[in-house]
Design a protein around this ligand. Structure first.
Ligand code: FAD
Length: 371
């Protein structure tokens, strides 16, 4: 009998399993994919670590989280400085003084501030994402950086989307073009999969096994179930399916040492069907005469597709709550799928560590964990 049967070998399941195993609990992980690591998984393609489910940059301000992940891998220093390609013109991104200098010729923060004020469209109460963005940054910045990208990402006109989708449009009136402002930022050397292998050492993991294919048997094997999959699927969609946006990735091995000179180029026009082109070797600089690029295509989602971005509208939130209310008492849930939330990796690590801490406290009052 296991103390915990953990469904999903992604970041949440793996951190929780490591913490509870170290505390003396007996854990088993069930993973339906043929690999560990969930969406952080990296595949080795010609010596290059390819982020199979989209580019993953680990960034955090949390000392405990950073120290924790560094137990399992050495992180290379990495600053995320993507570029924007809008109809063939390349811009510095996120929008900063370099970008505004390119667009408007301004050279100081004060000049940029004044120009930005003049550009803003006066809209008292923005009713949708388009109006909100126009009121924040004006038409030129909106059309160059927001309109096409948002339309592709969400499959709808920004004028039909709620303001809440983009909570802020970061504009820096400095020359700093580093995307993340966090104290720590890096990429695990040797790829994310190596980090997960190290984290899961000594913990049994069954891959290519869907928990739901033999749910009763797996439930009978564990005192508690830690479920990191989607709740609607757990209940066979009996209340309906939650809505997601999908993504398709096209990976390409190219016989040249450097394709675009940077890890990521965002394509912000509406005509290019993909939103990003990722060149993986720039995450971990590697001298070799080939390279791998991945183009990321936003896609409509239907039941059975991989889930990427939750569509957190009122109906989706209400459905999630109704499913959560149906969970059996010995179920714990965590991670992006089960909570129907977008989380960055550091948030997932922190929440799994927190849940493990709570378990260790509560379980020790009932029966002492083996040590
Ligand atoms: P997952 O990684 O999805 O793991 C859940 C696992 O459960 C999966 O492996 C799944 O196969 C398994 N599972 C589900 N149901 C079952 C079942 N019934 N039986 C068995 N197994 C099951 N975060 C950052 O911090 N930096 C970034 O740069 C970044 N880039 C991102 C780019 C993209 C395109 C996306 C979509 C996300 C990005 N993220 C990034 C977020 C990051 O991917 C998540 O924080 C992280 O993967 C969440 O881990 P998780 O364990 O919650 O979920």
């Amino acid at each position: 009998m296991y103390d915990y049967v953990i469904v999903g070998a992604g970041l949440f399941g793996s951190v929780f399993a490591r913490q509870m195993t170290d505390a003396g609990a007996k854990c088993l992980i069930i993973e339906k994919r043929n690999h560990i690591g969930g969406n952080c998984y990296s595949a080795n393609l010609g010596g290059i670590h390819v982020h199979r489910y989209g580019p993953h940059i680990f960034h955090t301000n949390d000392d405990a989280v950073w120290q924790y992940v560094n137990r399992f891998a050495r992180f290379s220093r990495f600053s995320y400085r993507p570029k924007v390609n809008f109809r063939g013109e390349l811009y510095s991104f996120p929008i900063n003084l370099n970008t505004l200098h390119q667009l408007w010729g301004v050279t100081t923060p004060q000049q940029a501030k004044e120009r930005l004020e003049a550009e803003r469209v006066k809209i008292e109460q923005p009713a949708n994402l388009e109006q909100w963005a126009l009121s924040q940054v004006g038409r030129e910045l909106y059309e160059t950086f927001v309109y096409g990208y948002t339309k592709k990402q969400w499959g709808r006109e920004p004028s039909e989307l709620p303001c809440s989708i983009i909570r802020r449009l970061p504009i820096r009136l400095t020359w700093n073009d580093d995307y993340f402002n966090d104290r720590y930022c890096g990429i695990p050397e040797g790829g994310y999969t190596k980090l997960f292998e190290s984290m899961l050492q000594g913990i049994p993991v069954e891959t290519e096994v869907d928990f739901l294919s033999d749910r009763c048997r797996f439930e009978s094997m564990g005192k508690s179930i830690v479920y990191t999959g989607p709740l609607d699927r757990l209940f066979d969609y009996e209340l309906g399916a939650s809505d997601w946006r999908g993504l398709r990735f096209k990976h390409q091995l190219i016989s040249q040492p450097d394709y675009q000179g940077v890890a990521a180029v965002n394509y912000t026009d509406a005509e290019t069907p993909y939103t990003r082109c990722i060149e993986h070797k720039h995450f971990e600089p590697l001298e070799c005469d080939h390279t791998v690029v991945t183009r990321e295509y936003p896609a409509d989602w239907s039941v059975g597709d991989e889930m990427y971005y939750p569509v957190n509208n009122d109906a989706g939130e209400a459905l999630q709550k109704r499913y959560a209310a149906k969970l059996p008492k010995n179920y714990l849930i965590g991670g992006r799928l089960a909570t129907y939330r977008y989380f960055d990796m550091h948030q997932v690590v922190a929440s799994a560590m927190h849940m493990a801490k709570q378990q260790i406290r509560s379980v020790e009052t009932i029966y002492p964990l083996r040590r």
